[in-house]
Design a protein around this ligand. Structure first.
Ligand code: C5P
Length: 424
């Protein structure tokens, strides 16, 4: 299962570093390639010689090789790996990762890595429970990292509690599960529309809505983790605090309309018309299209080129319909394509969601009702009802948008394999 996979194993200064030796051995036994980065304190707990022998690779500890001045490129390392595992991860390293501190090779590699990062904490129970550590772990998760919870038992301090680094066998099993799941969307091209659209009234005003694009971004992230090639057409929302998007912006400069990171290619648009053009162009190439954008239904008939002056009496704007992207793509849909839509309703909305599903030729519709607390626009949670081909609604619990994205992907795989075998 892990044969041919490339791992960076980061080892920090914890007594559990001895378990990292065994973890290296297990990964190597499965045919994986392992490159180890040891922090300066890590070296106090386990020797580079042991780890170099077990990993069959030079152990990296410094930015430079002191004898010949050669440089260890953290950027190359981060691009090389299929996954980076930090085991054991001390409270100190976790705190630095959460805050972007990069004063050693492991941390610079983490900050520039494009692969999934998995963190296996190891520390005393009180350190683990401390609100600062818990907040740092939450921050790391919100950045898209994965945490393998520590186990409960005897600790190096002599105390008993939660804080023992998870056993190497269990970490390997976790990695197998993670990488296997990843493969469900390998080779699949997925289009996502997300965020609001802004419809120009004049150079300083627009018609828009409160959509944050967070659900579409959570879907994009979940899909990339499962191997998909994602084209994300994103409406104008600069408030989205998504780290992956952050990275895209940093690399491309906000002015660029198209950028590529990992396997998300990001296309910035402003209006519904632009979103339609971009989506229409790439649609024939797509296997799955998820329309999560809150496209403005109407746009001003005659947007002005100069600012409309204040008028005491008020004025009216003539509106005309925007293209219905989902409906137009629904007309083009082939038997080997799946279209997924969203319905945001202010009431229960089952009937209206069903009608939308038929009208727009969706294979699956995701209903969120603004009646449910924590669902819909802006927040980090959502509560959804899925309606697939059988037209039977299935209501899910309130979850983080990340977990909601996983439920949606499971359903896409299920319906894709009902009549045809679209997914492995
Ligand atoms: O009709 P309503 O706007 O509620 O439909 C919602 C679904 O249709 C969503 O999936 C949304 O992304 C899509 N849609 C679209 N283009 C529009 C309006 C809605 O793609 N102009």
């Amino acid at each position: 299962m892990l044969h041919g996979k490339k791992f960076i194993l980061g080892i920090t200064g914890s007594i559990a570093a001895y378990k990292a030796a065994y973890l290296t051995r297990l990964l190597k036994k499965q045919g994986a390639e392992v490159k180890i980065i040891l922090t300066p304190y890590g070296k106090e707990f386990i020797t580079p010689v042991t780890l170099a022998t077990l990993s069959d690779n030079t152990v990296l500890t410094d930015f430079f090789k002191h004898d010949d001045g050669a440089w260890n490129s953290h950027v190359e390392l981060g691009l090389w790996a299929d996954a980076m595992i930090i085991a054991p991860a001390t409270a100190n390293t976790i705190a630095k990762m959460a805050n972007g501190v990069c004063d050693n090779l492991l941390l610079t590699t983490y900050l520039s890595a494009r692969c999934p990062v998995i963190v296996a904490p190891a520390m005393d129970l009180d350190m683990f429970q401390h609100p600062a550590t818990q907040a740092n772990l939450k921050t790391l998760e919100s950045y898209g990292n994965h945490i393998i919870e520590p186990a409960t038992g005897e600790l190096a301090s002599g105390l008993e509690g939660k804080g023992r680094m998870e056993e190497p066998e269990k970490i390997v099993t976790w990695l197998e599960g993670f990488l296997k799941k990843k493969q469900r969307f390998t080779g699949k091209k997925v289009l996502i529309t997300a965020g609001p659209t802004f419809e120009k009234i004049d150079p300083v005003r627009f018609i828009g809505n409160y959509s944050s694009g967070k659900m579409g971004l959570a879907l994009a992230e979940a899909l990339v983790e499962e191997g998909a090639d994602v084209s994300l057409i994103l409406g104008p929302n600069l408030e989205v605090g998504n780290p992956r998007l952050h990275r895209v912006r940093r690399e491309s400069g906000i002015g660029n309309r198209q950028a590529e990171i990992g396997r998300i290619s990001l296309i910035h648009v402003v209006s519904g018309e632009e979103m339609y053009k971009e989506a229409h162009e790439i649609y024939p190439d797509m296997d799955v299209s998820i329309m999560a954008a809150a496209v403005a239904d109407f746009k001003p008939l005659d947007p002005k080129e100069s600012k409309i002056k204040g008028k005491e009496k008020g004025f009216s704007i003539d509106l005309v319909p925007n293209p219905d992207i989902a409906k137009e793509l629904g007309k083009l849909k082939r038997a080997d394509q799946l279209n997924i839509g969203f319905a945001l309703e202010t009431d229960e909305g089952l009937e209206s969601a069903l009608a939308k599903k038929h009208r727009k030729n969706f294979d699956l519709i995701v209903l969120n009702s603004l009646q449910d607390q924590g669902a819909g626009f802006g927040g980090d949670t959502n509560q959804i009802t899925l309606i697939a081909k059988d037209n039977k609604p299935r209501k899910f619990e309130l979850k983080s948008k990340k977990d909601v994205a996983k439920d949606i992907l499971d359903e896409i795989v299920r319906i894709g394999n009902q009549d045809q075998k679209l997914f492995p």
